[in-house]
Design a protein around this ligand. Structure first.
Ligand code: 5GP
Ligand code: SF4
Ligand code: MG
Length: 464
């Protein structure tokens, strides 16, 4: 999911949020929503669909206020229905709160039981509503916004990057491992008398689009509280261990977003170069599976000296296939999405670079399409290691039985997808090239080494 928040009393906060969500659209395409605060009054609009389908100028003009919270969703916990769209708005003793969540709680079933025991009615099936209700419960028991929210976060385990609106201020929060990203930006002051205007977004591309300056990341285990007085920072837990999702770096986040102090484009080019050094092969051209494989393919081409070419043209107006919820939709989605260029491919030995193989269904179809277009050899190079384990922290890489590398070795996968050769980036290569401490990342989908313990019943639901 994509989360966004803006505190800017002199601005049209709904329109800023609309554009912020537009830039975060790749993080979720099922539903979108914006909640604005005008003192105590909350205005909310959320629906199924893309940001551009959910909002129009008349809708935005009704979303008035001094602060806004926004969300784009793809489901990991809870079904794909409008009641599960976010932000979640909940009433408390101190007024309404609106919450947007990116991530996934591993203790959602327990938290749900607790809330039901406290006589809360759960309107949705999402863990995000549970976080909002847990805050409401703490607040209703007499705590203030900050104290109440912090108590609630201690009841949550797993991944949560949150933007939260309240009548008094806006919060930006990350879980103790900072599994999902969240950044802070400021809007330039139009007039010297303007108050400070803060922005929160899942990725820096959500700041760029509205002309906000990137300040820094919200840190793992940090809560930032933004009010008329400015930004106050609280470390709500001492038990922090950074474990940024490496899949954000490899695939999920936009290449123009900055993480770990550089654009992801740079990191993805570097892992492409690494892949060329680890797994060289003689061929005529290097092509990418667009768009996610492009930076690594360019890196592979640079390091190998084999020319880069465009061999597949993508219809940009078809969403990411993996976000569509059913297998049938996914299978038909691919044909609409990519078209091979016969003139480029005919008679050529092709190196095909992609960021990942998850189920193997996309790759198999693409390889067949390349051969139909006249490629004489197809060598696939993947800029991440084999995905062998499911994610419990908010990326929909599916149940283990759907993951091709969970049961097959590289030779068997090569056979199944129909390539002449197949190599993956090594796990060491992936982490080395971050140029940061490898312990600072979650890479559990490649190893099964989950940094936040997953309760057995939850684990069993996705493991084969
Ligand atoms: P596959 O060959 O596994 O069907 O698809 C791999 C391609 O689709 C890659 O280009 C990757 O970018 C994308 N992809 C498909 N499904 C998923 C998924 O569930 N998670 C992620 N991260 N990427 C996926
Ligand atoms: Fe990211 Fe994989 Fe960890 Fe999930 S398991 S948070 S996808 S690295
Ligand atoms: Mg891709």
């Amino acid at each position: 999911c994509g989360v966004f928040g803006v505190f800017a009393p002199e601005e049209d906060v709904a329109t800023l949020t609309y554009f912020g969500l537009y830039a975060l659209q790749h993080r979720g395409q099922e539903s979108a929503g914006i909640a604005t605060f005008d003192g105590d009054r909350v205005r909310l609009h959320k629906e199924m669909g893309l940001v551009s389908q959910v909002f129009s100028e008349p809708v935005l003009s009704k979303l008035t206020g001094t602060m806004a919270i926004g969300h784009t969703r793809y489901s990991t916990t809870g079904s794909s229905r409008v009641v599960n769209a976010q932000p979640a708005v909940v009433e408390t003793r101190l007024g309404n709160l609106a919450l947007a969540h990116n991530g996934n709680l591993v203790n959602a079933p327990d938290l749900r039981e607790d809330l039901l025991k406290s006589n809360f009615t759960l309107l949705t099936t999402t863990d995000s509503e549970m976080i909002a209700l847990a805050i409401a419960e703490e607040v209703n028991n007499g705590k203030g916004w900050l104290e109440g929210a912090i108590s609630a976060f201690h009841r949550c385990q797993g991944a949560f990057s949150l933007t939260i609106g309240t009548p008094t201020g806006m919060m930006g929060v990350r879980d103790p491992n900072g599994i999902r990203p969240l950044v802070i930006g400021t809007l330039p002051q139009a007039k010297p008398t303007d108050s400070l205007r803060y922005v929160l977004a899942s990725e820096t591309c959500g700041l760029d689009i509205i002309g906000a300056d990137y300040v820094r990341d919200v840190e793992p285990g940090e809560l930032v509280w933004i009010t008329e007085e400015g930004l106050a920072s609280f470390h709500w837990t001492k038990e922090t261990t950074p474990k940024l999702c490496i899949f954000e770096m490899i695939y999920f986040a936009r290449p123009d977003s900055v993480m770990q102090a550089e654009s992801l484009y740079s990191y993805r080019m570097r892992i492409g170069r690494r892949l060329a050094i680890e797994s060289p092969i003689d061929a005529d051209i290097v092509i990418a599976v667009p768009d996610s494989g492009i930076p690594a393919a360019i890196g592979y081409s640079q390091a190998s000296g084999i020319p880069y070419a465009e061999g597949l043209i993508k219809n940009r107006y078809v969403g990411r296939t993996f976000i569509q919820p059913t297998q049938t939709m996914r299978e038909s989605g691919i044909k609409m999405k990519l078209n091979p260029l016969k003139d480029v491919l005919a008679g050529k030995r092709v190196i095909l670079v992609d960021d990942s193989i998850v189920r193997g269904t996309t790759s198999r179809k693409i390889v067949k399409a390349l051969r139909d277009a006249g490629a004489t050899e197809v060598h696939m190079r993947v800029s991440s290691p084999p995905v062998t384990h499911p994610c419990f922290y908010g990326i929909d890489t599916d149940n283990q039985d759907q993951l091709i590398a969970a049961t097959k070795d590289v030779a068997e996968i090569a056979d199944q997808i129909g390539v002449d050769s197949l190599s993956y980036l090594t796990w060491e290569g992936m982490l080395d090239e971050t140029r940061h401490d490898p312990n600072n990342f979650c890479s559990a989908c490649f190893t099964g080494d989950y940094p936040v313990p997953v309760p057995e019943p939850v684990k069993r639901s996705k493991l084969r």
